[in-house]
Design a binder for this molecule. Structure first.
Ligand code: PEP
Ligand code: MN
Length: 360
């Protein structure tokens, strides 16, 4: 995916791109009322789900094809670009025929390679040249997410974007879908030209969380936000707890702080130099620690001792975690670091005790 192109070359690239609109298109009036209010507030890209993937049968599964002329009206009347979710070949064909400007692929669909291939084939067959946004799969699997985008890329689409909408987890949580920011951050590291959006509506699942999740995304230099907005959220036919009126959306967008990416100050450069030095020191210390661990391995070999002594490991872990907490670091963070270091030491010691690398 080397040749990914900007999604909307005509929009100001220095500002986050905002996509907004209802979870679902319900009626022509609801779609147009919402769209008019959003357009009046300067929103340029409209979203509305026409085909809705629902967890249980019998829920509102979207108005289907009947909603496409409503999107056309939004386009003609407000000048906004319009977008909708596609999950099958037929959705792609119908959306393209109706002049939909951008397609997105939902989290349940991007988790399914057969469905992704079907969509990609439909795009290729139509010779489509529309931007396509791919939401992360419901499970935190970066390769699956990348694979979904590669299929779209191989179909000839070059304007591809990604949407981080969080990952589902069992049980009760603050978030509806847990954000695991390091996954989209790693995605961006691997594909620097890929524009990554955040969907605070589906991450939070509640109106109250939209502003703070959006701010976090902007602080991490996401390219934009896709936010669910409905003219009458309390009466929405789907996802009502997380939808906000265009007015509230406008208020939130004005409270968000845009950090200036272009001013890389001198003091920031100095701080970064410090980080580089500290990382070098950390590497040297880790190397020293590994060497001592190897000497211990040698000792254990000579004295026919087992490599792992559970009591020692638990004791070491608890003491370090306690010290870390006293320094203001989180216990989970320290446990993760110590577990990784310990795992590598054990691997090396087993190599020494066995006299050959593991698995050979
Ligand atoms: C949606 O955007 O309305 C939607 C169904 O999202 P997701 O695929 O993220 O659940
Ligand atoms: Mn929704």
């Amino acid at each position: 995916m080397q040749d990914i192109q900007p999604l909307f070359p005509t929009l100001d690239a220095s500002k986050p791109i905002i996509i907004a609109g209802p979870c679902s298109a319900e009626t022509e009036e609801q779609v147009l009322t919402t769209a008019r209010e959003l357009a009046a507030n300067g929103i340029k890209i409209f979203r509305a789900g026409i085909w809705k993937p629902r967890t249980h049968p019998g829920g509102f599964e979207g108005v289907g094809e009947a909603g496409l002329p409503w999107l056309k009206k939004v386009k003609e009347e407000t000048g906004m670009m319009v977008s909708t979710e596609v999950a099958t070949r037929q959705h792609v064909e119908q959306a393209l025929a109706a002049g939909v400007d951008m397609l997105w692929i939902g989290a349940r669909t991007s988790a399914n390679p057969f469905a992704m291939q079907e969509i990609a084939d439909a795009l290729a067959a139509a010779g489509a040249d529309v931007p396509v946004l791919v939401k992360n799969p419901v499970n935190p699997d970066l390769e699956l997410w990348i694979g979904a985008m590669q299929r779209i890329y191989n179909a000839g689409i070059r304007r591809i974007g990604a949407i981080h909408r969080g990952f589902s987890a069992y049980g009760k949580h603050l978030y509806r879908n847990l954000p695991q920011w390091r996954i989209p951050i790693e995605l961006r590291r691997r594909f620097p030209k890929l524009q990554v959006f955040c969907d605070p509506s589906h991450i939070g699942g509640k109106r109250e969380l939209i502003a703070s999740i959006s701010q976090q995304a902007l602080d991490m230099s996401f390219s934009g936000l896709i936010i669910e907005s409905h003219c009458d959220p309390d009466c929405a036919w789907s996802d009502k707890a997380q939808q906000i009126t265009p007015e509230v959306l406008n208020f939130i967008l004005h409270t968000l702080v845009l950090r200036d990416k272009s001013t890389s100050t001198e003091s920031l450069a100095l701080l970064r130099q410090q980080i580089d030095r500290i990382d070098d020191e950390l590497l040297e210390l880790l190397d020293k620690r590994m060497r001592v661990a190897c000497e211990i391995g040698q000792y254990k070999k000579e004295h026919s001792m087992p490599v792992i002594q559970a009591g020692r490991y638990n004791d070491l872990m608890e003491r370090r975690v306690h010290s870390a907490e006293e320094l203001g670091m989180s216990a989970d963070f320290m446990r993760a670091i110590l577990a990784a270091i310990h795992e590598e030491s054990v691997r090396k010691q087993i190599e020494i005790v066995n006299g050959h690398p593991l698995g050979k």
